[in-house]
Unconditional design. Sequence first.
Length: 238
Amino acid sequence: MQLELPLQEKLLEIATLERNGDVGLQPEASEEAKELAKLRKKLGRTRDASASAQLAVDDMELEIRRIQEDERKLRRRLDDDRRQLGAATDPTTRKDLQHDLHSSQVRLQNLTSEMQEAHNEVHALRANRDLYRQQLGELEVEVEKAQRAADAVPLDTTVEDARGRVEKLKGELPADILAAYEERRSENGIGAAKFNGRSCGGCHIMLPVAEASRIRQAPATEVPECGECGSYLIRGRA
């Protein structure tokens, strides 16, 4: 490849900018943006925890309603057993009614204990839910503040500037040179690199003495290739 020295330097700049982009040239997030992202994650976790806490409360309240309904049924059964017992004269019938009355009374006592435990638990669950709700409200305020702070930070135009510079430089290169560079870059991911006198700036391999000498002694307008990775090597001005 033949190319004048000023254009060789532009080709090297293109390759360097594009290679930086390939390895992740991205505008670095501001401290405000990092803080916002952290708070958003915390907000998401707190929302999940708050929703789980509410579900636990709902489940326990449903259990309390079930116990209350069972209590009502048992009390009606007890009243019915007592009425029947007052009117029954048959010994067998009275015995059955007394047994059922006793069993219902025992079950009612158990339900009363269950109800007390359920009320204690739902009280604790509600307190936990309310705590998450409070934390959620506080976090939402923090996120709003962080969002305003992040929005106030000027945009980093580094990437846009670099891309614009690449496009400008490409417009100054001959079409055949640019095509050759693009083809080589598609093959090895480098395209062109700096030659420091001994090694290739693309693959970073120390070249054999004879090859390094050949590259150094090539005419100034010639763009030699690396024998290892095939990149076009830019030597710069003498």
